[in-house]
Design a protein around this ligand. Structure first.
Ligand code: FES
Length: 83
């Protein structure tokens, strides 16, 4: 089965399918799918369970890069891309 990675709006990457997650030292990280069958990988950088999402993105008001880039293009954000 092919792996599908879905970018959740202002949230994690949802990975569906068989894959192997490996850390920077080459060790395999066990990735258990959640109730929806996906593995959620943190995109905001604030999870205490990296590389997995722990829901912190909601509490910190994370905005995905796609929105930041659009705001930047529209001249509504600073040079950091923050909205
Ligand atoms: S994307 Fe959910 S905690 Fe970072």
């Amino acid at each position: 089965m092919a792996v599908t990675i879905k970018v959740r709006k202002d949230g994690p990457y949802l990975v569906d399918g068989e894959f192997t997650l490996i850390d920077h030292e080459g060790n395999v990280i066990e990735a258990k799918p959640g109730k929806n069958g996906n593995v959620s990988l943190c995109r905001c950088g604030a999870s205490s369970r990296k590389p997995f999402c722990d829901g912190t993105h909601s509490r910190i008001g994370f905005k995905g890069a796609e929105e930041a880039a659009a705001a930047f293009d529209a001249g509504k954000a600073g040079t950091s891309g923050q909205v």
